[in-house]
Design a protein around this ligand. Sequence first.
Ligand code: CA
Length: 312
Amino acid sequence: MTQPLVIAHRGASGYLPEHTLAAKTLAFEMGADFLEQDIVASRDDELIVLHDVLLDRVSDVALKFPGRHRNDGRYYVRDFDLDEIRSLNAWERMRADGTAVYPGRYPAQSGDFGINTLAEELALVQRLNAEHDRSVGVYPEVKRPAWHMEEGIDIAPPLLRTLAEFGYEDHPDQVYVQCFDDAEIRRLRNDLSCPYKLVQLIGENAWLEAATDYDAMRTEAGLREIADSADAIGPHIGHILEPGADSVPVSTGLVAMAHEAGLAVHPYTFRVDELPAGFMSFDDLVSFCVSELGIDGLFTDFPDRVVELRFP
Ligand code: CA
């Protein structure tokens, strides 16, 4: 049994507001193997690190730019220039009423953090690696590519360009590129000559994240098709385990099926404050997924808690 790859989900987001450089620095210091970036585009076509295309649940945008929302009342990153985005305070993720999504985490609507570009984050990672003589990798997600196309920007080519500018083409093992959209994964591999490992994220069709049939993916045939383009899958925890008799969690068989197809498995998201039914502790959850199911890596908001575990 080897240690699973520890992917810091939006940084050490269990402790500091997600995707801030502070959260990434903390994850680095905690010993994460990879730091995750979600990639979206600003109005002036800069690549920004932000979990989704909306600013209002993770910043003070509604206070600083009242009225700049769309008809649905939401504030879209695509409607703001980088200079405006830089003026925002990044906050712990909130619900629509302003209360924290995870109440035990960083206090809501407070702190002195900003939103950063992909280039700024890559510069930070490389500086930390140089200072500590480590090779912590990056794990960018091409966020909603079809939506970005409708908004007039194709974000995958500038993402690959930026990674190349930072020299990652010479260190392709330090990069995984992930996406929920299967057409985009195929395009990255076949048309854009992506030199990095590719991860097909698997969601639920009900999320409307992409025009992708996630139910069909979780079959032998579906996994074989994914393996034509991708190196790994990123399923939800609920796709790899389910409640069995007496609510004791059991395998769904997906991890073994993916391995059979030649795919590594990096499920999301392991949270101390959001355990799946049937687990009494975070350590039990991680141990079950690593030792019983055989996952190869995992996305976690609490990288320190996984790094400190040792698997026989
Ligand atoms: Ca992500």
